[in-house]
Ligand binder design. Structure first.
Ligand code: 2P0
Length: 346
């Protein structure tokens, strides 16, 4: 017997960062975080549970993946299969609509899409749950922490909770009030220190780490108030402050490490120029890599992008509006998506 599930999930960029785990096996974070889901980048995944398969098969962008990659996915699918005594193996087909050159992690959208597709393939009836997407976010979390937040659209909190059942995503606001983001690709190559390793080293060695955890709590409360009041300036100030504090913890870890590259600083300086000289509200944030994300108003996106064209080539500048929640796709939408992927050659 065969059953299938198909889902699309968008990636997200944190404005209040997740940096450090208190439980590595369960992916329980040291602090709650908050992000903006992005429309421009997403993953589409189809899962077919099939009793005739003798092992899991994972195809990424039409290419059958090696054992190591497939094992990570199998381990994730087992979170669903083992408690339900589901014995069928899966064929997993995934397409990342995240340009490889964009240097953006796709693990957030990848595990959120996997969770969405898998619950459908398992024929889970989540309609009886009063919080189906929140429940699914606790599964996504165990694939990659940041994917917890990709179950919802707009501004999303990942409430750290107290255990594996309540460390989950909470939708905060749909971000339909003139919000945009410009991704400045400084370097699209894979990072040297993965965020998983980087955060572990920071928690273990940085004397700034306890201060980070304390101040992230205040930042989260303040940014939630700013979002509720639709106060763009205040939201941007808090996001910029929080992001740089996270990077400061890494500079103080042993050995120190830093994701910045010279052009990251060029981009940061231009964001400051935009707001201080040109009067365009814009704020920057950075993750576990050298690329700079510029939070601005959707109505200013073209102006912000035009300004950055003086310093970066066009293909390094990707504009995005806020994205939607994870959703399941029909077979027809899936076929259209594959066609789109094959034509675009992402
Ligand atoms: C975030 N990052 O909040 C932070 C800010 C990077 C910097 O979540 O180990 O790939 O899989 O839970 O989610 C990237 O870390 O790490 C991340 P794991 P993940 O977006």
């Amino acid at each position: 017997m065969k059953t299938t599930g198909i889902a699309r999930a968008h990636t997200n960029i944190a404005l209040i960062k997740y940096w450090g785990k208190k439980d590595k096996a369960l992916f329980l974070p040291m602090n709650s975080s908050l992000s903006l889901t992005l429309e421009a980048f997403y993953t589409d995944t189809k899962i077919t549970l099939d009793e005739t398969l003798e092992k899991d098969e994972f195809y990424l962008s039409n290419v059958l993946q090696q054992e190591a990659e497939t094992q990570k996915i199998s381990k994730f699918l087992d979170l669903f299969r083992i408690p339900a005594k589901e014995t069928r193996f899966a064929r997993i087909e995934s397409y990342n609509f995240v340009p490889t050159a964009a240097g953006l992690a796709s693990s957030a959208s990848a595990f959120a899409a996997l969770a969405g597709a898998m619950h459908q393939a398992m024929e889970w009836d989540l309609s009886r749950s009063h919080m189906p997407a929140q429940k699914l976010s606790t599964y996504a979390r165990r694939g990659s922490g940041s994917s917890t937040r990709s179950l919802f659209g707009g501004f999303v909190e990942w409430n750290q909770g107290t255990n594996s059942e309540d460390s989950m995503a909470i939708p905060i606001d749909d971000a339909s009030w003139d919000i945009g983001m410009l991704i400045v690709v400084v370097n699209g190559a894979a990072k040297k220190i993965s965020s998983r390793v980087g955060m572990e080293q920071t928690v273990a060695t940085s004397p700034f780490y306890p201060a980070w955890v304390e101040s992230a709590k205040t930042d989260l409360e303040e940014i939630k108030t700013a979002i509720q009041e639709k106060n763009f300036t205040r939201m941007g100030e808090i996001a910029e402050f929080n992001g740089m504090k996270m990077h400061a913890t890494m500079l103080a870890s042993q050995p120190p490490f830093c994701y910045f590259e010279p052009d990251s600083l060029v981009a940061q300086q231009q964001v400051v120029y935009l707001r201080e000289v040109l009067g365009i509200p814009a704020y920057y944030t950075m993750d576990a890599g050298p690329n700079v994300k510029v939070l601005c108003k959707a109505s200013d996106l073209d102006k912000v992008r035009d300004h950055f064209k003086q310093y970066f080539s066009s293909e390094k500048l990707i504009s995005s509006l806020p994205g939607e929640a994870m959703r399941t796709l029909t077979e027809e939408e899936w076929q259209e998506s594959i066609q789109h992927f094959n034509q675009k050659g992402i």
